[in-house]
Design a protein around this ligand. Structure first.
Ligand code: PMV
Length: 313
């Protein structure tokens, strides 16, 4: 039975270690980031399907290329459930900055799919939700590792290896995480493509960097399970250095990383696709995290979040 109104949600995610190398089958660590979220509200209407989101407002059939991923999953869900593509409106509201390395595209897809299933009075398994979200992610990212989709659907910390069984893990780390947005967007698709070109052109130089990033993620998991924030911080900073060599950092990210380290952070790095978007810094205490956050805001960060490793404080 179709409902008059239904809401679906999806939260953000933060990659702590392993972005980019995860595309090449290396492990990565990601945590859910509930400080930011997407809400998709589906309302019953009469007539053609309409959409209202940050990039577009109007008939779904006129949606621009930029939101082809979302449009495609809406059509796919309706087809899968054997419903008609008409008589509803979708409004998407999000506090996850888009194109910023925080999983916005996957969270929009997850919220929209969940909302549509609820609207049509149907339930969905996590496996099906992952498959449908990855349809959108392939359109948006080209060759996604799937890490964003998995952590956003499962809402649990993941030690993720592409194509392998999902490995949720628990840790209790006495540390605080700053997430800072540079204020500029970037296309993960371009960064992933450029890394691939670098590796193809000079595998001798760049393959070992991918291998080391994978090894860092492996050691990072042990540091987190052993409550060793100092080790994790060192690994993060080393990962940033390597990601910079892969050409996915930029001046703004390097500046925010340097400010964090100069002011006492245990470690700092870009997070997600890079080339803009967001960075993270690890701090031993909440006060230190707040102090460094203010420095970051002073020096140009557009927004900062402080959490107890992804959990609201
Ligand atoms: O920029 P985001 O949030 O989509 O994160 C991308 C992570 C990459 O490893 C760069 C790509 C991927 O598909 O894993």
């Amino acid at each position: 039975m179709t409902n008059r109104e239904a809401i679906g949600t999806g939260i953000g995610k933060i990659i702590l270690l392993g972005e980019h190398s995860v595309v090449y089958g290396k492990p990565a660590i990601a945590i859910p980031f509930s400080n930011t979220k997407v809400e998709a509200i589906i309302k019953k209407t009469n007539g053609d399907v309409t959409l209202d989101c940050v990039f577009f407002r109007g008939l779904l059939s006129n949606a621009p290329e930029r939101i082809l991923g979302t449009k495609t999953v809406i059509e796919k869900v309706v087809e899968d459930l054997d419903k008609e593509l008409r008589d509803f409106h979708i409004e998407i509201n999000s506090t996850i900055p888009y194109e910023s390395g925080m999983g916005s595209s996957a969270a929009v897809a997850v919220a929209t799919i969940r909302g549509l299933y609820r609207f049509f009075g149907e339930s969905i398994t996590n496996d099906r939700l992952i498959d449908l979200t990855n349809i959108s992610e392939k359109i948006v990212h080209g060759n996604p590792s799937g890490i964003d989709t998995s952590v956003i659907v499962m809402e649990t910390n993941l030690y993720y290896v592409k194509g392998k069984q999902l490995d949720p893990f628990h840790f209790k780390l006495d540390a605080y995480l700053i997430v800072a947005h540079t204020g500029s967007q970037s296309q993960t698709k371009d960064a992933v493509r450029d890394v691939r070109l670098l590796i193809e052109k000079n595998p001798k130089k760049y393959r070992p960097i991918i291998d080391e990033l994978g090894n860092i993620a492996y050691r990072g998991k042990m540091a987190m399970e052993g409550n060793n924030p100092i080790e994790l911080g060192n690994l993060m900073t080393r990962a940033h250095f390597l990601l910079d060599k892969l050409s996915v950092s930029n001046e703004k990210l390097n500046k925010l990383v340097d400010i964090s380290l100069d002011n006492g952070a245990l470690g700092a790095k870009l997070t997600g696709g890079g080339r803009g978007g967001s960075m993270i810094a690890l701090c031993s205490t909440k006060d230190e995290a707040k102090y460094i956050s203010n420095k970051l805001l002073d020096k140009g960060a557009k927004k900062v979040w402080v959490s107890n490793m992804g959990v609201d404080i």
